[in-house]
Design a protein around this ligand. Sequence first.
Ligand SMILES: [Ca+2]
Ligand SMILES: [Ca+2]
Ligand SMILES: [Ca+2]
Length: 225
Amino acid sequence: MMFARRFLLVFALTFCVFGLPVVAQSATLGTFDRWYGSYIGNFGEVNTATYGQIVSNPTSIYADRISFYLDDIPGDDFVDFQLMIGSWGGSAMTELLWESPAYATTNNGGLDGFERFDMSVDHVLLNGGTEYIIFLTASNLFDGLDGRAHVGTTTGSGFVFFSNRDDFSLLYSDWDTFFIGRSLAYEIEYTPAGQVVTPEPSTFILLCAGLLGLIGLGRKRFTEK
Ligand SMILES: [Ca+2]
Ligand SMILES: [Ca+2]
Ligand SMILES: [Ca+2]
């Protein structure tokens, strides 16, 4: 009994010191809901090494996962690629903010159709009202073997690409824009930034006082017995 009460007291004190646990709600944005199998190509080594989507959200968010659709097409190799996030300066990347480890497509000539790549992102802050570029690039992973893939697209207001081969530094110069009417099929799972759920200080103090008081009352009853 003493142990249980002590545990309860520690729990209550922890609660009062660190506050209410905040359960942030994740949500998604993007174009997956209107992807119907269309695509652009080719992506990979010996062809366009980089495809990107400019994104901008009215409010600040933390990106936790980004997804694209890819399918390997005939060619000797897998497409080895990375997902990256950069600041966008209107026509070029201005700063690389985050890059993923290496991923690889299938390598069976597209026999099994498109694969959805769900790629974890390290809670990258994307400020509200600001343009960012989320992109797939093979340019750091060229190995001399030809590997190409199709990238899922859908209706939208355009996307960007760069046949920068294995020269990553070119991504800081002007990219090409695909015609208006299509965007990459993508999805961002995010947590709203600044979503802090804390009660009013006065309410919180009352709550803590009440909780500690209850435990104190319980202890008194116990020792009186
Ligand atoms: Ca292949
Ligand atoms: Ca496939
Ligand atoms: Ca290769």
